[in-house]
Design a protein around this ligand. Structure first.
Ligand code: FNR
Length: 367
């Protein structure tokens, strides 16, 4: 049985609670990384290689962790990243995340392959709550266009196009479970079949032909800002800037795609250096990262290295699975408390005060 919610003091506690609460199939799908899970492990390890450089004697009586993400207010530099199949973990599925995000005032990215329909997820939105849409580009262009228009019509404020998954990574833990009972629900008119196993349904949906030349097409059908999710090196960050997108997410998809791809935090450091070398003005494109964010100090490190905010996946799936939306709220509150403490001990009263000089990133490889 799960420990009481009050016994969860950090994000790792939710992981062990979820392992107790989840079916073996759901645990395998949520927790797995690809191949040898080297990138999955390094998402955590990379943060631990970065040391902080605290500044003292700064008035930190009042610490303000709030910020803006794509121009929308957020109570801290954090958003919920898209994770497929929420109902494997909890009957409320993605809606439990929507409620948790509303209570804590952070944006939520809705997955194309959610268990809940787009209508259910957007109807669950509170007044003023911000949702983005994560897009898997389907083989069928008209279908993809309909998904994008539906997201925009239903009030989503940003289009995060997943670019690191032209084929699904091999997640062996998941494969050993043979198949997962619950396939994604039809997304309005999704081609992902209800009765196929999750991995097969997802694979058949994704189009491996997506390329840089397609960016103007996306621009032609939506007014939402366009963000590429899953950039993994400086060269591609520069290409994204030249393609004129509004933002990128440095991410290895939670270690579930190309194993031994760099962690998001390292790809962020490399990308900031590459963008600067290429003469891209800072601020032309917003930078985000995800993968392995588990502590307020991790968020601080990402901001110091140039991110506007960070995304989080598994910890909130685990919190939701074990405790529903109350768990999601507690997990986010823990990160808020940790970030306030970090900023106080670092001598940075606002997020604007966080600078590269607050970290020693020597141990992070820059290509
Ligand atoms: C994901 N992720 C993901 N990303 C995406 O673009 N579309 C998707 O459908 C999914 N689905 C998904 C399912 C599960 C179970 C996980 C764990 C992850 C990746 C996700 O958006 C994010 O990049 C990572 O989860 C971030 O790493 P952490 O926070 O899980 O370490």
């Amino acid at each position: 049985k799960c420990p009481p919610l009050e016994a969860c003091f950090n994000l790792m506690d939710f992981e062990s609670a979820a392992q107790t609460a989840l079916s073996p199939e759901a645990w395998a799908y949520y927790s797995s990384g690809s191949d040898d899970e080297i990138s999955l492990r390094d998402n955590r390890a990379a943060f631990q290689r970065i040391w902080l450089r605290p500044r003292v004697m700064v008035n930190v009586l009042n610490v303000d962790i709030s910020t803006h993400i794509l121009g929308h207010p957020a109570s801290l530099p954090l958003y919920i990243s898209a994770t497929a199949l929420g109902r494997l973990g909890h009957p409320d599925g993605e809606i439990a995340l929507t409620r948790g995000a509303a209570t804590t005032a952070i944006p939520q990215m809705l997955p194309t392959l959610a268990s809940c329909s787009l209508k259910e997820m957007t109807d669950a939105r509170a007044d003023g709550q911000v949702q983005f849409y994560q897009l898997y580009v389907a083989q069928d262009r008209d279908h993809t266009a309909r998904l994008i228009r539906a997201a925009e019509d239903r009030g989503c404020k940003g289009l995060f196009i997943t670019v690191d998954a032209p084929q699904l990574g091999r997640r062996e833990k998941d494969m050993r479970m043979k198949f997962i009972e619950e396939a994604p629900k039809e997304q309005d008119d999704s081609t992902a079949g209800r009765n196929e196993g999750a991995a097969r349904a997802i694979s058949s949906f994704i189009h491996p032909g997506l390329a840089w030349e397609d960016i103007p097409w996306f621009r032609s059908i939506t007014r939402m800002p366009i963000i590429l999710k899953g950039i993994q090196c400086g060269e591609d960050a520069v290409k994204a800037a030249h393609a004129g997108v509004d933002g990128i997410v440095l991410s290895n998809h939670g270690g579930r795609q190309m194993d031994t791809a760099p962690s998001g935090i390292e790809a962020l450091a490399e990308s900031v250096a590459a963008l600067s070398a290429a003469g891209v003005p800072p601020g032309q494109m917003e930078l985000y990262m995800d993968g392995g964010v588990r502590r307020g100090s991790d968020i601080f490190k990402a901001l110091a290295l140039g991110a506007t905010a960070v995304g989080i996946g598994r910890p909130l799936l685990y919190a939701m699975s074990a405790y529903g939306s109350d768990g999601v709220v507690r997990a986010i509150r823990i990160l808020q408390d940790e970030l306030i403490m970090t900023m106080r001990l670092m001598g940075t009263p606002t997020v604007q005060d966080i600078q590269p000089g607050h970290v020693n990133a020597r141990m992070v490889s820059v290509h």
